[in-house]
Write a protein that binds this ligand. Sequence first.
Ligand SMILES: CSC[C@H]1O[C@H](OP(=O)(O)O)[C@H](O)[C@@H]1O
Length: 367
Amino acid sequence: MRIHGRHYRTIFPAEDGAGVSIIDQTKLPFAFEIARLSTVEEAATAIRDMQVRGAPLIGATAAYGIALAMDADASDEALAQAVRVLGATRPTAVNLHWALSRVENRLAPLSGRERVRAAWTEAEAICDEDVEQNHAIGANGARLLAEIHAKTGRTVNVLTHCNAGWLATVDWGTALSPIYQAHDAGIPVHVYVDETRPRNQGAALTAYELGAHGVPHTVVVDNAGGHLMQHGKVDICFVGSDRTTASGDVCNKIGTYLKALAARDNDVPFYVTLPVTTIDWSLDDGLAEIPIEERSAREVTNLVGIDEDGAVHDVRVVAPGSPAANPAFDVTPARLVAGLVTERGICPASREGIAGLYPDYTRSAAE
Ligand SMILES: CSC[C@H]1O[C@H](OP(=O)(O)O)[C@H](O)[C@@H]1O
């Protein structure tokens, strides 16, 4: 993504080669700040406090977190401790556990400087692969937008929930990648952006990055999506995923399920975009098996914003003394998903559909 005329990935090795740079997403959209991670504890805090967030970016940050840990102490105990600390940060995005397992398996047989070098090399490979996968997701998803434009001859209206864009990945994004590529190819696209309470990833992050790329968009409250679909304002929905089961159940930001229900009721195609790293091959029943993160009630009771003078305020919007619950994700059953847009193509949200795109993965998962 180009910000202030310069291309950025959301995470990259610091110029001095001793740390990791991230875009601090808790400062957006009002300030664009690069933060430095120098220790595994700082990487864990960045994930837990959502300075970085989004399944693929969480995985990439965890991989670099291990590299930072190995810089300090490349022992087996330090490796196990780093995996434990990073693995305990957030429970739902499977990319976190996939990345930790991949790096740990790569490092286990190594020692000393070879282990340190491999940790950094593996983290960089995970990032490079994510960029390639998301670009391919974009190309596959952009075809859907081109088809709608060819059929209607007008601007294609997309609705998206939360932020599954450049800021949720290393680059390009998943749900926003098809939008960027269609826009760049001259296909007129407009995006309805769900604000996505309580942390407003849509209003703060998706709107920010679509604006930076020049993509027309309109921020709407979460509860407006069904109304827009009833009035024919939405041609297609694109959302991301934090964990999708081998049978096609999709876990994503809270509120996704309600959008899928409204889409089904209004015959609006509801697509989920994801790389293979977000598929959990061990799970079949998403509703029963995917762990749903419960975040702080304060995220519901309070809002953070800036006033006309640019001063940041944290204000309570819920009746004093009233408790709040804050499940951060929900599960959309495969039956409500029109298709999965992946780096390998588009498939039905079903065990057979996924196996058709990933025979190499389903075979090894069965062994
Ligand atoms: C491409 S993964 C994006 C996914 O992650 C977000 O959750 P969070 O902001 O809490 O990390 C949301 O579910 C997005 O769809």
